[in-house]
Design a protein around this ligand. Structure first.
Ligand code: SF4
Length: 457
């Protein structure tokens, strides 16, 4: 059993980023607009060898709001709202495609939301074919979608598979009836199991299930029951996310604030999940993700090619990510950009034939170094200083004297092992990996006016 003291949990369970990007989104600036993004996009075509493409499309609609949800969603039971959205999205897809070198292959494609299966089978097909006509997909491209088992039909899944989708990710979160009732997401086990069996029979290469720990009324015992049900379904991958309590951003979360497990209680739930999944043969990739030992994520972690982006861990190193749709984020070699989060603002930009870029950031040389350091810590657990020195032509210890000093208390607490040539994250440190990464985040040292991040555990 993973023994962690209450003191340690209290010490390290502090607000901190999840590091899907560096610099993190609160540091991006509003003055980075469509012109900057177009310039960055054009520059990305000049990289040699050419960088492959990862495409993300945000489909924001859901029929009802799950109260824990931190995504950018539009709630409506009137499915007609999707028609104008798809028109605008197609315009944006066309704009991005026309500006990118057509020879750059799409190696990764993902629809997220919201609930992408809010769309009808014919809408899904039209949108996918529209995209395929404008980009060149690699023969082995990962083509994935997030689905909500409560609203996903057999016809939709068959359509997706026929179109070439080979990865599917299902939201579950928790099977406990009281938890489900409290978060307004009633999802019987049978509904999920039926969908998973259908996906298996249709030959999807990879099936993922999402759980969340730290939801209201969860206990280690109740959570283990949900975990065991998931293990019984044998998904290829599992994401066990920490519930992010950010009521200053998501007001609806306040409704159950008195029932959420905190501190050591939340840690025990996390620990029960991690122990159960690893005992069942899954490997802990880190930062909420598990996979089977022969999964390519595990292989990529072993050969140090694993990377992290807005969709979690990925094996597609070196791809430029282009996000399309409301609130979607693009992550390129030297810049990040985000679209308007508000539907009206997104529609307004497109109506004026303008890319809907709301904010972004061009990375400085220092950002690039720190991003590489944080990425290696998050993805590989061991950072070889020489890799950073060779990539950026610097002396690691001379570049990071303060950070090495700040790591010493973490080493004393058993989170990292420091040696002359490397920084190794221990098993304990992998649980507090966000805290380890935070040591290298120079932006955290600026004073903040308001809370920005959920707690690290
Ligand atoms: S279905 Fe998914 S995206 Fe929609 S509200 Fe629930 S958790 Fe959020």
């Amino acid at each position: 059993m993973l023994n962690v003291s209450t003191d340690l949990v209290e010490k390290y369970n502090v607000p901190g980023p999840r590091y899907t990007s560096y610099p993190t989104a609160p540091e991006w600036i509003d003055s980075f607009g469509p012109a900057n993004f177009k310039e960055t996009l054009a520059e990305s075509n000049n990289a040699r060898p050419p960088r492959p493409l990862s495409l993300y499309m945000h489909l924001p609609f859901c029929e009802s709001l799950c109260l824990f949800c931190g995504c950018n969603v539009v709630i409506s039971k009137k499915h007609g709202v999707s028609h104008p959205y798809l028109e605008k999205l197609e315009w944006e897809i066309g704009q991005i495609a026309s500006r990118l070198d057509g020879a750059r292959p799409v190696v990764q494609f993902h629809w997220g939301g919201g609930t992408p299966t809010y769309m009808s089978p014919s809408q899904l097909e039209d949108l996918f074919l529209y995209t395929r006509q404008r980009f060149q997909f690699a023969p082995d491209a990962e083509i994935g979608i997030e689905v909500d088992p409560r609203v996903t039909t057999e016809e939709q899944v068959r359509t997706l598979r026929r179109l070439g989708f080979n990865r599917i990710s299902m939201g579950v979160q928790d099977f406990n009836p009281l938890v489900q009732e409290t978060v307004h997401r009633i999802q019987p086990y049978d509904v999920t199991k039926r969908l998973l069996d259908l996906c298996r029979s249709l030959g999807f290469d990879s099936i993922n299930i999402d759980l969340i720990y730290g939801l209201p009324h969860q206990t280690p015992e109740s959570f283990v029951e949900s975990v065991d049900k998931v293990i019984g379904m044998s998904p290829d991958r599992v994401a066990m996310f920490s519930y992010a309590h950010v009521p200053w951003l998501k007001k609806q979360q306040g409704s159950f604030a008195g029932f959420i497990p905190q501190g050591m209680d939340k840690f025990r739930i996390f620990r029960s999940g991690i122990e159960r999944f690893t005992a069942a043969g899954y490997l802990y990739i880190g930062m909420d993700h598990f996979a089977r030992p022969n999964d390519e994520l595990c292989l990529a972690q072993r050969d140090r090619t694993l990377q992290r982006n807005f969709q979690g861990y990925t094996t597609k190193a070196g791809a430029d990510l282009f996000g399309m749709g409301v609130s979607a984020i693009s992550g390129l070699a030297r810049a990040y950009a985000q679209n308007f989060r508000d539907l009206d603002a997104y529609y307004g930009a497109v109506a004026q034939n303008t890319l809907p870029t709301m904010r972004g950031i061009s990375l400085t040389g220092d950002d690039l170094v720190r991003r590489a350091v944080i990425s290696k810590l998050l993805c590989h657990s061991v950072l070889h200083k020489r890799e950073i020195e060779e990539e950026f032509n610097l002396g690691f210890d001379e570049y990071f004297p303060d950070e090495l000093e700040r790591l010493k208390p973490l080493a004393a607490d058993g989170l990292v092992l420091l040696s002359p040539g490397s920084i190794s994250v221990t098993s304990l440190g992998r649980i507090f990996i966000r805290n380890v990464a935070m040591v290298f985040d120079t932006y955290l040292r600026k004073p903040k006016e308001k809370p920005l991040f959920s707690k690290t555990l």
